[in-house]
Design a protein around this ligand. Structure first.
Ligand code: ADP
Ligand code: MG
Length: 386
């Protein structure tokens, strides 16, 4: 982290010929439990991870926004007057989209100076750890402070989401930005996706001697976009037939009635969302009452529900989960939207290396590509670094 912070300062000076006014950082995130519940206005429980994106920012004496990233060779320049979703594309739509979205939330962009922004990161891109929220949140916090806007973090999360939805054009919920901006060390962010209320829930992993293992399968499924859309459509259909605004309003006790009213596929999609919401609530309660060693079964049940009812797992994810479980993990599940991406396992620290070796072996045995397996810790949300 120190390296990333120092490095971005030095690179900024080299590229822009002066020192930045400050360096801000924001983490990626992983979702502990609560999948496909966000757009059903239910509950999620992500945490910020110890992989971060840093943004060095310096004020200019004109009205130009310039952004660079170690990720790319190009330096993108846009006059503040021309900032708009239509003028942005590629990776720079994330940071510049945030600048635009701040205006949508009431910032007077006619009264602010131009800035130079340089981005660096150690959040893996496209691994389901939300490098997108990390870049949005780092830039949102930086511009909020540089431009003296005074937005609270919940609003900055919505700014990041707006940038991603409109400037980038990706239909994502509010979970990732909330985790990146609100996360705290060794704690998860319990988020109600209807009210957007959030609560910090201590994880206590360190004290319990537990670690979180990420297994990035490297699989990106060609059908993930269509699969996501069709799952959303099933959820909307289920809510419509059951006469509720969103599946959040259906409880586990309502499922018997739902079975009579819905076709089999829609019923199973609904059952996943309804039981997953309940599992998030149960996980929060269990963490508070019994600590993290007691949540393994809930993680396992979440995976089964996604595999069998929501049908968004793939063989690589199932193998990662089963191998972790068979080698000492207390619980494991795929995380993220599905059709590829990563799984997480909750494991005693002394089982982690065995799990890693076993997963490597199992993937090789099945002829699957080598997965990227590493541990993460629950970390601080976005901060000003210097
Ligand atoms: P994920 O959020 O799962 O990592 P996304 O597709 O949502 O994947 O976001 C990844 C995109 O975000 C990248 O393709 C790039 O456009 C942008 N991005 C993320 N990190 C950086 C970075 N450090 N520099 C520039 N662009 C970045
Ligand atoms: Mg993303």
């Amino acid at each position: 982290m120190t390296d990333l912070r120092t490095g971005v300062r030095e690179d900024f000076a080299e590229i822009f010929g002066r020192e930045p006014d400050g360096v801000w950082s924001a983490p990626g995130r992983v979702n502990l439990i609560g999948e496909h519940t966000d757009y059903n206005l239910g509950f999620v429980l992500p945490f910020a991870i110890n992989r971060r994106t840093v943004a060095a920012v310096g004020v200019r004496d004109d009205r130009i926004l310039r952004v660079g990233s170690t990720f790319s060779d190009e330096l993108v320049e846009v006059p503040l007057e021309e900032l708009g979703p239509g003028t942005l594309s590629g990776w720079s739509a994330y940071p510049l989209g945030v600048a635009w979205a701040l205006g949508e939330f009431g910032a007077d962009l006619e009264a602010v100076p131009g800035v130079d922004i340089l981005i660096d990161s150690n959040v893996p891109v496209g691994a389901g750890l939300s490098s997108s929220a990390a870049i949005e949140s780092a830039v949102a916090l930086a511009l909020d402070e540089i431009w003296r806007l005074g937005f609270d973090r919940r609003t900055l999360a919505r700014v990041g989401q707006r940038a991603e939805n409109v400037a980038v054009g990706a239909p994502t919920g509010i979970m990732d930005q909330s985790a990146s901006l609100l996360g705290e060390p060794d704690a998860a962010v319990f988020l109600d996706c209807r009210s957007l209320d959030s609560e910090i829930v201590p994880l206590g992993l360190e004290e319990a001697g537990l670690q979180i293992v990420i297994i990035d399968t490297g699989v990106t499924h060609a059908h993930s976009t269509g699969g996501y859309a069709s799952r959303r459509a099933s959820c909307e259909e289920g809510a419509r037939v059951l006469g509720v605004e969103a599946l959040r309003d259906v409880s586990v006790a309502d499922l018997d009635r739902a079975r009579e009213l819905l076709d089999d596929v829609t019923f199973r999609r609904v059952r996943h969302v309804v039981t997953e919401d309940q599992r998030v609530l149960d996980t929060v309660r269990t963490l508070r009452e019994h600590g993290p060693t007691a949540i393994g079964e809930l993680l396992d049940a979440s995976h089964v529900s996604m595999r069998d009812d929501f049908e968004i797992s793939v063989p690589e994810l199932d193998l990662a989960v089963e191998t972790a479980q068979a080698n000492g993990a207390l619980g494991a599940r795929m995380t993220g939207g599905g059709f590829g991406g990563a799984a997480i396992a909750l494991a005693p620290a002394d089982a982690v290396s065995r799990i890693m070796v076993a997963i490597d072996g199992a993937f090789a045995e099945h002829g699957f590509g080598q997965p990227d397996v590493f541990t993460v810790t629950a970390s601080q949300g976005a901060v000003r670094e210097s």
